[in-house]
Design a protein around this ligand. Structure first.
Ligand code: GLN
Length: 552
């Protein structure tokens, strides 16, 4: 153990490490804070990479229920990870890889494999694997600043292993490691006063893990006043300048600029003994100014099945889609209003399908299993028949093909094997290489995952949007369009405008603009590659079609 850590010291001198930890409650924007810090350092000319640590024992996020854990984000290399990885990619404009994501399960899986292989040479194995992974992500990306977000809040038993690894790094390399505590300052309505005590406790809990915060980000509904800044500084043992106020904002993309105003970049330079540099945030500022434009607003309905969590409606589960829609609308100079519509409410008749009339576009996101899909299929039919722009993503494309087969081809029982294996018309069927995986219950990390190439058909909506013959997009699915039905569907007017290079897998289905303003579905997830500074061409084409509908 000791020797492994000391071997590491030399290499650390070229790179700085910023650990971001949470206090008081989760869900206060630790991921966005970590992303914003990354952007500020990148704007100073540093090469930055980000790591997310999720302390749960699962190997990855792929098998977790989206209603409880939010979106599963997919990387180019197919890793199924936490939605914060999406924030990092969007803010930093980079493609991350598997090494940038770590869970307790993943660390233990690797430790057990190595230990059984005698790779630790008889030593007692402790947190070395965590340190090794942080170092690896830094090496692979060639970064000089690595930001590591430790999930959850300090004091939870699950993240002790990771805090200990971080503490060790700091002890060995005090000038190269910084700790940022993202805390929360509530304003109880009966008092109307901002309270610092929970943050004091969080800071002390961090101390009990042997770690002193260098910077405290004070999240709260309103900005921190001078008095509370002084209090936090005094009781949490940090200089006043290192307490950064982070009130709620309308758009998360304002946060890096707010941090910069509060001298976050300079403070980090001071803490990490980095040379003082000026941040070039001009592209980001241009983007942020576009987020304020757009008086005319288009209305989009996201018809999904993962919104209900008790009495609360969650939209986090589709966060990449919501952000992709926003980027394209900002680019098109139009405002956007997004409504989350639970497809199960169409099934129970709680809301009528005709409510879709008031929307300029309908999106159906990815999903799994049977619940809510009949509601989705009827919404797709409504969008097709009423010429409302429709964009289907993964399951949204498969269900669009099923709808077409049922209502245009007349195959009334058309379905996907995932929902009804006994249907006589499985227009969506299992991929050949997936059969054995399902039979042996090898379900985790075993779908068609990550970036694959697709070829586009000239003259189609997709080809016009991408302005390219070949694209690469991220996938996460087991089922696909059944080729036995391809010709019949095509004869009935559906166009398959994108295919895998060998032609066997349908990647995009669409209707020509002569019959519908925009009716397109992708077997992949374009939302994972939409970036603030590089909106996704298909989302932009969809938004343009929605603008067109509004004008009619
Ligand atoms: N359930 C479908 C499949 O596995 C679609 C998956 C998705 O939407 N990501 O093929």
């Amino acid at each position: 153990m000791k020797s492994s850590v000391s071997k590491l010291e030399n290499k650390l001198s070229n790179c700085k490490y910023i650990f971001v930890v949470g206090g008081v409650i989760s869900g206060v924007g630790k991921g966005v804070a970590a992303s914003s810090i990354g952007l500020l350092m990148q704007a100073r000319g540093h090469k930055v990479t980000s790591i997310k640590i999720d302390p749960y024992i699962n190997i990855d996020a792929g098998t977790m229920n989206p209603t409880e854990h939010g979106e599963v984000f997919v990387l180019d290399d197919g890793d199924e990870c936490d939605q914060d990885m999406g924030n990092y990619e969007r803010f930093l404009g980079v493609d991350l890889c598997r090494t940038n994501y770590m869970t307790t399960g993943r660390v233990y899986e690797e430790v057990i494999r190595k230990e059984r292989n005698l790779e630790y040479k008889g030593k007692n194995v402790e947190v070395v694997e965590v340190i090794h992974r942080i170092k690896e992500a830094t090496r692979i990306t060639g970064s000089d600043i690595t930001i590591i977000e430790i999930g959850g809040t300090v004091g939870e038993y699950q993240n002790v292993l990771f805090l200990e690894a971080a503490r060790m790094l700091k002890t060995k390399n005090p000038a190269d490691v910084a700790f940022v505590l993202v805390s929360y300052l509530p304003v109880p309505s009966n008092l109307g006063e901002m309270k610092t005590k929970p943050t004091q406790y969080a800071s002390r809990t961090l101390n009990s893990a042997g770690v002193q915060a260098d910077i405290i980000i004070a999240r709260g509904p309103i900005a921190l006043d001078k008095k509370r800044k002084e209090k936090i500084a005094l009781f949490c043992n940090v200089p006043e300048d290192n307490v950064i106020s982070a009130p709620d904002v309308k758009s998360i993309y304002d946060i890096p600029l707010n941090f910069e105003k509060d001298k976050m970049g300079e403070t980090l330079e001071r803490v990490l003994s980095l040379p003082k540099r000026t941040a070039n945030l001009s592209n980001w500022k241009k983007f942020v100014s576009k987020t304020k434009n757009g008086k005319e607003k288009i209305k989009i309905a996201v018809v999904g099945k993962y919104f209900d969590s008790g009495d609360f409606v969650l939209s986090d589960v589709y966060i990449s889609i919501l952000e992709a829609l926003k980027f394209s609308s900002y680019e098109s100079g139009v405002g956007i209003e997004i409504a989350c519509v639970n497809s199960k409410d169409f099934e129970s008749k709680k809301i009528p399908l005709s409510m879709l009339k008031k929307f300029d576009g309908v999106i159906v996101p990815g999903g799994f299993g049977e619940s809510g899909i009949e509601g989705i299929i009827s919404a797709i039919r409504y969008a097709r028949e009423n010429k409302i722009p429709y964009f289907g993503l993964c399951y949204g494309m498969q269900l669009m093909v099923i709808e077409y087969a049922r209502n245009v081809l007349g195959l009334k029982d058309a379905n996907t094997r995932e929902v009804n294996p006994n249907s006589k018309n499985l227009v969506i069927d299992i991929m050949e290489d997936q059969k054995a995986k399902i039979e042996s219950k090898n379900m985790g990390g075993s779908m068609r995952l990550g970036a694959y190439i697709a070829h586009l058909k000239k003259g189609t909506v997709a080809h016009k949007a991408y302005k390219a013959d070949m694209i690469t997009e991220r996938h996460r699915h087991r089922y696909e369009v059944n080729n036995a039905y391809r010709e019949r569907l095509e004869n009935a007017g559906l166009v398959f405008s994108g295919h895998s290079p060998d032609g066997t897998l349908c990647e995009i289905a669409e209707l020509p603009t002569s019959s519908h303003p925009f009716f397109l579905g992708t077997q992949y997830h374009p939302e994972f590659k939409a970036r603030p500074l590089a909106p996704h061409p298909l989302f932009t084409a969809f938004i343009k079609a929605c603008q067109g509908k509004k004008k009619v």
